[in-house]
Design a protein around this ligand. Structure first.
Ligand SMILES: Cc1cc2nc3c(=O)[nH]c(=O)nc-3n(C[C@H](O)[C@H](O)[C@H](O)COP(=O)(O)O)c2cc1C
Length: 355
């Protein structure tokens, strides 16, 4: 009850924050850190016995078939603008056959007028894979309500410590988070995915999450949308811009997860901005690839693509081209192809002894 009371008093602040996040994600540059895919190289194979038409990017995710292993990451909801964006994202996900998540739904638990800014996704994508999203700190009943609100196929619980600490109004006490994740996993009727928002997961965190019962991770690494920069720009008294360098780059975070040798499914996200980098993330060990700002920009007409569908279809074409060039007929083949690591990502792997 205390939690819901807190929500009531802070809903207008949450709406304002969501609007600011959208504006800043669209206006601030990504980086300064790189996601690390410039350090990951495939070995080109000059002779092929495949046709581009034979390359199969389809994937099974949460029991449903997708045309490509792509996820439109959690972005928005809770405002009129958020509803329009969710509608466009759901339509694009349906038409191109990929998965999507909605933004954090806590704002809509108490206020029925806000719910449709999230549930609109089911009108435009009734049978596709759609993920609910709440903080890993919300009580179990809020997580269950979020799932029900959009008839979700799975739920993302976001861990965003660095973002909260940079936020003037953010949370400061994280002592119950682990127990809370375990409680939500116990009661959730759908798979639970624990997710970062741009600072990545380390091997140590993954091992701890596994101990809590987590089987699916969205590692949200550094190198794309920078929530340290976004929150610092929202502060009345900004902190050091050195915070913009915080976090584990996405490529390194995949290596961290894989080094645990656990049978955990990985969604790689954070700074993945085309089909070649998506292919690299899959070959490094990810099962799915997610992106937020690149798809948001295509909805808002701020990218090189004509539309969201154009962006997704181009990513898929680039994934197919990469697969043909390394001799992989399907995603399972691609995940076995050799890679070369160089630069900062290789240095990260060596210095953390990740093999
Ligand atoms: C405007 C905006 C709002 C976001 N809101 C949420 C959110 O509510 N919940 C969440 O888990 N992640 C949220 N994210 C983080 C993304 O889901 C993703 O993890 C992050 O942006 C890294 O991916 P990218 O580099 O492809 O943008 C948001 C991202 C953006 C750009």
């Amino acid at each position: 009850m205390t939690y819901l009371k807190k929500i009531k008093t802070t809903n207008s602040l949450r709406q304002q924050r969501k609007e600011e996040h959208l504006k800043m994600a669209l206006s601030l540059k990504t980086g300064p850190k790189c996601a690390g895919f410039e350090d990951v190289e495939f070995v080109h194979q000059a002779l092929s016995n495949h046709s581009l038409d034979d390359i199969n990017t389809s994937t099974c995710f949460l029991g449903k078939e997708l045309k490509a292993p792509f996820l439109i990451e959690a972005i928005t909801g809770g405002t009129l603008k958020g509803k329009e964006i969710n509608k466009a994202l759901a339509k694009g996900a349906f038409e191109t056959g990929i998965a999507m998540a909605v933004g954090s739904q806590t704002i809509a638990i108490e206020d029925p007028s806000i719910r449709e800014t999230f549930s609109v996704v089911r009108e435009y994508n009734p049978h596709g894979v759609i993920l609910a999203n709440v903080s890993a700190n919300v009580p179990v009943e809020i997580a269950l309500a979020a799932i029900d609100m959009i008839k979700a196929d799975g739920i993302q619980l976001h861990l965003n410590l660095a973002q909260e600490l940079l936020m003037e109004e953010g949370d400061r006490d994280f002592r119950q988070t682990g127990k809370n994740i375990a409680a939500i996993i116990k009661d959730s009727p759908v798979p639970v995915i624990v997710k970062e928002v741009g600072f990545g997961f380390s091997k140590e965190t993954v091992l701890e999450l596994w101990g809590l019962g987590v089987k699916l991770l969205d590692l949200g690494g550094a190198g794309g949308t920078n929530f340290a920069a976004i929150e610092n720009s929202r502060r009345s008294r900004p902190l050091s811009t050195d915070w913009y360098q915080w976090g584990i780059p996405t490529a390194a975070s995949i290596l961290e997860c894989k080094a645990t040798k656990l049978p955990i499914s990985i969604i790689a996200s954070g700074g993945i901005n085309n089909g070649i980098n998506a292919a690299k993330a899959l070959a490094l060990g990810a099962h799915m690839v997610g992106a937020a700002t690149p798809f948001l920009k295509s909805v808002e007409g701020l990218s090189q693509f004509n539309s969201l569908n154009d962006a997704i279809n181009t990513w898929r074409l680039e994934l197919e081209m990469t697969m043909l060039l390394v001799g992989a007929k399907n995603i399972q083949d691609l995940r076995k192809k050799p890679l070369l690591l160089t630069g900062a990502t290789k240095a990260w792997q060596d210095s953390r002894k990740l093999k």
